[in-house]
Every structure is written in C-alpha cells, then in structure tokens.
Design a protein around this ligand. Structure first.
Ligand code: TYM
Length: 334
C-alpha cells in the first residue's frame, strides 16, 4: 500500500471455518482479485468470528494458515494488500465494544443470519453469535473502508454497519467513513448442489458444495450428481429452475462466456453437457490455485512471516481510527 496512498480502501474477510467453497470463491475471493489493483486492500482471516461456533483448536489453527495460503494462491499479493488474522489486531475487539454501545438489540434481533445460526446451534446460542454483526462492523469501520465485496448473505450485515456508522457520525461528526457494499448480481449467491434453493455453505454436507481443494475427480462427481429438474430445458431462470440456473451462473462466471451466448449455445442440449462443462471450467479455474496452495503450504515459515508482517501494518492503521474514536467519544487520552 506504500505508493498508492490515494486509492480508496477495500476491506473484506472470510472465516477460517469448514472448507472454503466455490461459493466463497465466486462470491468473494475471486472479486477480491479483480478489485485488488484499484484499491488499498485489507483481507482478513476472521478467526474471532469463527469462535462464535465451537472450534477444535488445532483445526482452527490449521484452517487459519490454509486460508492465508488460499488468499495468496488465488492471486492476492501480500506485499501490496494486507492479508492478516483478525485476532492479531486487538483494535477489532476494542472497537466492537464501543460499537456495541451504539447498536440496538432490536436491530440485532432482526438479523436473519443470527436466526439461522441460532436454529442450527441450539445448544450454543451465545452472546458472540448475537453480536457477530457488531464485530463485523468494527472490522470494516476500523479502516475507514470505502468498499466491501461480499456475497448476498452478508448484505444485511453491511446495512447494519452503515447504520451504526451513520448513528455514531450523527452524534460525533466525521468519525467513520460510511462503506459501500459490492455484491454483483450473478455471483452474489451460489447455491447448494444438492438443495439448489439454499445457498452453498461450508457447514453443510460435503456433496452439497465444491471445496477449493477438491480433486478433479471429486469435482466431476459432485457436479454429475447435482440436483437439476425434470423439464430438460437449459434456460437461466433462478426462480423456477434453481439447479440449472446455478450451474449456468458458475459456468458463465468461470468461463467468461456471457449468459446470453451461453444459454443460446447450450439450448437443446442435455443437462449432462452442462454439468460436464461446469465441472471442466471449475477444474481449470482451481488447478493453478491448488498448485500454488500446495507450494505455499509447504513453506509455513513464509506464511507465518506474511501474517506477522501484515498484522503490524494493519495494527498501525487500526490504531489511528481507534485513537480518533476514543478521543471523539471523550475517553481520557493523556
Ligand atoms: P463467510 O466466511 O461465511 O464467507 C466469506 C465470503 O463468501 C461469501 N459467500 C458466498 N458468496 C456467494 N455464494 C455463496 N454460496 C457464498 N457463501 C459465502 C460471503 O458472503 C462472504 O463474502 N461474516 C463474514 C466474514 C466477515 C466479513 C467481515 C466480511 C467478517 N467481517 C467484514 C466482510 C467484511 C462471513 O462469515 O463470511
């Protein structure tokens, strides 16, 4: 970020939990790589967020390093962008406390992701799960972020982030930049392969998602078994044909062929052809990422250094905002 001081700021994060899926790639990671050169970017591994559901400690550590490797393998540049662990920058948790005092319980009660997760983890509906969007607002506002690329499932969290920022600014002028979401329509919501009315999710059964580290054989098998419909017509119609439309979205995004010409070319063909092309496009996209991922995972010292150095860069920026917030709010700063 050295000689690019005037670029706007981009922030996003991914949780190091479960497998990183093709949904995460198409909805988020891929867009990070497309936007990276036009912004000063921070890409966080949001390990504190992952603690809102129980994690195996060794698994969490491993997944954290793997996600760092995936960020870089997907094409992000850790010399330019700040790729770091959320827990290495204590200012996230500190600002979250402050923002908790500007967030209404009524707002948090409306969060659909909380309702879903509370349903899934009935034995552990903890306060962290409830205030999750406040920590997310802190992540974003800490860096005076302009743009936040995410999938559609995070839209409501972006809205509450903007509301919190505006509320603080209305009382204490000019504290936060109010961020804009970046959620391109076609890639906003990649659906489950087995239940195409639901989003593809890393916490669902294995056959419902493609993991970025799946082998070509596994990818082909999962797509071959993907649920479609019985009318046999290849047409983009997410409402009535969610399975077929999902395959078309994936294929169009990964191959670069626009939806109109893709559907025109495949119309009249069987679903087998669509599944096969989608699998091939996915395999080809993931091949270089997987190769680089395995190289990086063989050099843990390098990954540790990237995360250590970049946490320091993040702390410097985070501290600037946090000091400003403390001062504006009247916390005594001798
Ligand atoms: P997470 O880890 O669940 O997902 C990471 C990113 O992937 C997107 N995504 C999808 N996009 C399209 N189709 C899908 N099926 C799909 N599944 C996931 C998510 O929308 C997300 O962009 N709360 C966030 C992490 C976070 C964050 C932040 C993001 C914490 N702080 C600040 C942005 C800014 C989450 O759990 O994402």
């Amino acid at each position: 970020m050295s000689d690019t001081a005037k670029k706007p700021i981009l922030f996003s994060g991914i949780q190091p939990s479960g497998h990183i899926t093709l949904g995460n790639y198409i909805g988020a990671l891929r867009n990070f790589t497309i936007l990276e050169s036009d912004y000063n970017c921070l890409f966080s591994i949001v390990d504190l967020h992952a603690l809102t559901v129980r994690q195996d400690p060794a698994g969490l550590r491993r997944k954290t390093v793997e996600l760092a490797a995936l960020y870089i393998a997907a094409g992000l540049n850790p010399e330019e962008s700040i790729i770091y662990c959320q827990s290495h920058v204590p200012q996230h948790a500190e600002l979250a406390w402050i923002l908790n005092c500007f967030t209404y319980m009524g707002e948090l009660n409306r969060m659909t992701q909380f309702k879903d997760k509370a349903q899934k983890h009935k034995d552990n509906i903890n306060a962290g799960l409830y205030t999750y969007p406040v920590l997310m607002a802190a992540d974003i506002l800490l860096y005076q972020t302009d743009l936040v690329p995410v999938g559609a499932d995070q839209k409501q969290h972006l809205e509450i982030t903007r509301d919190i920022a505006e509320r603080v600014n209305a009382i204490h002028k000019g504290v936060f930049k109010v961020p804009e979401p970046y959620i391109p329509k076609q890639t906003a919501k990649i659906m489950s392969l087995t239940e195409p009315e639901r989003k593809m999710s890393k916490s669902d059964p294995e056959d419902s998602f493609i993991a970025l580290t799946d082998t070509p054989e596994t990818i082909s098998r999962k797509f071959r078994r993907a649920v479609t419909d019985s009318d046999g017509e290849i047409r983009y119609d997410p409402e009535n044909k969610p399975g077929v439309s999902n395959l078309l979205s994936i294929l169009s995004t990964l191959s670069g062929e626009d939806m109109d010409s893709l559907t025109a070319r495949l119309s009249g063909q069987g679903y087998g052809k669509l599944k096969d092309e989608t699998a091939q496009a996915t395999i080809e996209t993931l091949k270089p990422i997987q190769e680089r991922f395995h190289q990086l995972m063989a050099d843990k010292d390098y990954l540790a250094k990237v995360l250590t150095d970049n946490a320091e860069r993040a702390r410097y920026l985070a501290n600037k905002t946090l000091r400003k917030v403390y001062k504006k709010l009247g916390l005594y700063q001798p």
